[in-house]
Design a protein around this ligand. Structure first.
Ligand SMILES: Nc1nc2c(ncn2[C@@H]2O[C@H](COP(=O)(O)OP(=O)(O)OP(=O)(O)O)[C@@H](O)[C@H]2O)c(=O)[nH]1
Length: 300
């Protein structure tokens, strides 16, 4: 359990990881807790070990939401192995883990996540999409079965989308955070700079719009980032392993790349509160996913 550093006013502050298989609503949950679109959910090709996704500060608590790089079963290369280790490590370092499931669709993918949960940390089972459950009586046996598989610190049904029970979830989470003063200023939403966030947004769109076809090793590099009055000019290279992967990202007549850029730019404008000029292109950097030096340069 967490070591508690006393703070005179009982304020609590600590790290929270949200895990769960794709599509259970993790980013919706975080977005609704933070109250704005800041959860950038690219779970692939992470560049940092410990990424702060967002900070939620209330009168008595500061929740630091950290990202956990995704665990991929399909592609096995050096990068992947490093990332799987990273997930386990991140999960064992946070104060509390929120394991999100969808009640009617429990399956193998959820069990894979379950296997990675830390035994030495409190894990809350968050049953999302409660709004879709007509008869709540049906839900109970299902959850109870799942509950037998792991020693959860609590089970909380919520609806991220409809903002149902999120306060209760935060209260339950708070109980597991150490008593200590806030680490960040109240209005600080993330500790990452805009350049980093811009790269994450482009990468998120690549994965969202191309799904599983996209190679795990895709990365985004911001080659230039300028702020001129209320305009940010951002130049982003999308980096792939092989020439053959280039057309996939560019799409027929450049359609995919255009869509990636448009959606990323719209999110950036929301996030930065300014106009954004975004230029994106695809670059080939052969075999970097298996290159130990490249891993090192990513800080892994
Ligand atoms: N009905 C309902 N739908 C929800 C709820 N929460 C999320 N969704 C929907 O579920 C879908 C997946 O939500 P995401 O937040 O993208 O899920 P995720 O777990 O972050 O997905 P990955 O990024 O792929 O891991 C979206 O269409 C959401 O609108 C909820 O409480 N109720």
């Amino acid at each position: 359990m967490t070591e508690q550093t006393q703070s005179p006013d009982g304020f609590r502050c600590g790290t929270v990881a949200i895990v769960g298989r794709p599509n259970v609503g993790k980013s919706t949950l975080l977005n609704h807790i933070l109250g704005m679109k800041l959860a950038i959910t690219s779970r692939k090709a992470q560049t940092t070990r410990y990424r702060l996704l967002g900070i939620h500060t209330t009168e008595d608590t500061q929740f630091l939401f950290v990202d956990t790089p995704g665990f991929q079963q399909k592609h096995i290369n050096a990068l992947n192995k490093t990332l799987n280790r990273t997930v386990t490590q991140v999960l064992s370092e946070v104060d509390v883990v929120l394991f999100v499931i969808e009640p009617m669709k429990l399956g193998e993918a959820d069990e894979l996540v379950l296997k990675m949960l830390p035994k030495n940390k409190p894990v809350l089972l968050v049953v999302n999409k409660a709004d879709l459950m007509g008869d709540k009586g049906n839900l109970l046996p299902l959850i109870q079965d799942f509950d037998l598989l792991f020693d959860f610190a609590g089970i909380i049904p919520v609806s991220a989308k409809k903002n149902l029970n999120l306060e209760e979830l935060l209260q339950a989470t708070r109980e597991h955070l150490p008593e200590q003063a806030a680490i960040y200023e109240e209005d600080e939403l993330t500790d990452k700079n805009e350049r980093f966030l811009a790269a994450e947004l482009v990468r998120e769109k690549v994965f969202r719009l191309l799904g599983d076809e996209v190679p795990y090793s895709v990365a985004v590099e911001i080659e230039k980032f300028e702020t001129v009055k209320n305009l940010r000019r951002i130049f982003a290279a999308i980096i792939v392993d092989k020439d053959s992967q280039k057309p996939m990202i560019i799409g027929k007549g450049g359609e995919k790349l255009k869509q990636i850029s448009t959606e990323a730019r719209q999110d950036m404008e929301k996030l930065f509160g300014s106009k954004v000029y975004l230029e994106t292109w695809v670059k080939v950097k052969g075999g970097w996913a298996d290159d130990a030096r490249a891993l090192k340069s990513l800080g892994l």
